[in-house]
Design a protein around this ligand. Structure first.
Ligand code: NAP
Length: 277
């Protein structure tokens, strides 16, 4: 048993579920949070089978202020302190920029960016008072480079990269570290939960062919290049165990290749290479 309490958002499936499991299995007192507790049955049956007394559940919708406040208060009351916050909840919005409405983009940011701000701003005062803490933000490879049909999603991840880098300077003097995890293509429910911008589904959209190509490319990448959520969870555990955590951790062979290439190229060379890919 590790004397550390962790909160994971978006634990109902995929990466969040695996992070909750790996932490609980490694002795962290883990609060697997999700917006709909009806989706906890799979995790609950693992808890029962493995007698994982370190895993508990809490309702938390990152877009709902009341839900966030209640969840964090309940966890603080139960655990006494919060050592690790893992901001994982998120979804992808797909569509050419021109086909994506401002309301759809606002909703994307409401979950992927403002949701993360909501949980972090609730937890930071508690961590600051105890003079220790770790905030792990699940970003993406597309938090480092933009790709077509994912402008809103990539923007939300770029935003959280800027936020993480900036706030890390302010929080470090209080013993709070901030870490970014940048997964590549991971085989999870993410692609089934993708929201398509309404106008992008119009067959007469000037970007219809573009969308078809991108869908084909994504399907191919998921089949041939994807990593598993368990691999991402291992990287998260590595970051948590590090006594001097890095600012960024890549998770997945594909993203490692992209970032390595990006480091060696000018922006224009990278742009051309991506276009031809
Ligand atoms: N899969 C990839 O290729 C990939 C790559 C890079 C980064 N990521 C990032 O990894 C994170 C996890 O995604 P995943 O791949 O594990 O996808 P996933 O299987 O679809 O899981 C997403 C999780 O986020 C939750 N969620 C969505 N909106 C929420 C809200 N308002 N409040 C609380 N929870 C909410 C979902 O809950 P419900 O079940 O209720 O919908 C689900 O638990 C996301 O931030 C994603 O951007 C994924």
């Amino acid at each position: 048993m590790v004397d550390k309490n962790a909160i994971v958002t978006g634990s109902s499936s995929g990466i969040g579920k695996e992070i909750s499991l790996i932490l609980a299995r490694n002795g962290y007192n883990t609060f697997a949070t999700m917006r709909n507790l009806d989706k906890s049955s799979e995790l609950r049956s693992i808890v029962e089978k493995e007698k994982l007394s370190t895993l508990q559940f809490e309702q938390l919708d990152v877009t709902n202020e009341q839900s966030v406040q209640t969840a964090i208060r309940n966890i603080q009351n139960k655990a006494g302190k919060i050592d690790i916050l893992i901001n994982n909840a998120g979804y992808g919005l797909v569509g050419a920029f021109e086909d994506t409405s401002i309301d759809e983009i606002k909703q994307q940011f409401e979950t992927n960016f403002f949701g993360l701000i909501r949980t972090t701003q609730t937890v930071v005062p508690l961590m600051r008072a105890q003079k220790s803490g770790l905030i792990v933000n699940i970003s993406s490879g597309v938090g480092r480079f933009g790709i077509p049909t994912l402008s809103a999603y990539a923007s939300s991840k770029f935003a959280l990269e800027g936020l993480s880098e900036s706030m890390s300077y302010e929080l470090e003097p209080f013993g709070i570290r901030t870490v970014l995890i940048e997964p590549g293509v991971i085989k999870t429910n993410f692609f089934n939960s993708t929201v398509f911008a309404k106008k992008s589904q119009d067959p007469n959209s000037p970007y219809a062919d573009f969308m078809k190509n991108m869908e084909k490319n994504f399907t191919q990448m998921i089949e041939t290049k994807s990593s598993t959520p368990e691999e991402v969870a291992k990287v998260v555990l590595e970051a948590i165990i590090d006594t001097n955590p890095k600012i960024r951790y890549l998770a997945g062979k594909d993203v490692e290749e992209w970032i390595q290439a990006k480091k060696k190229m000018t922006d224009e060379e990278f742009h051309r290479m991506f276009k031809d890919h």
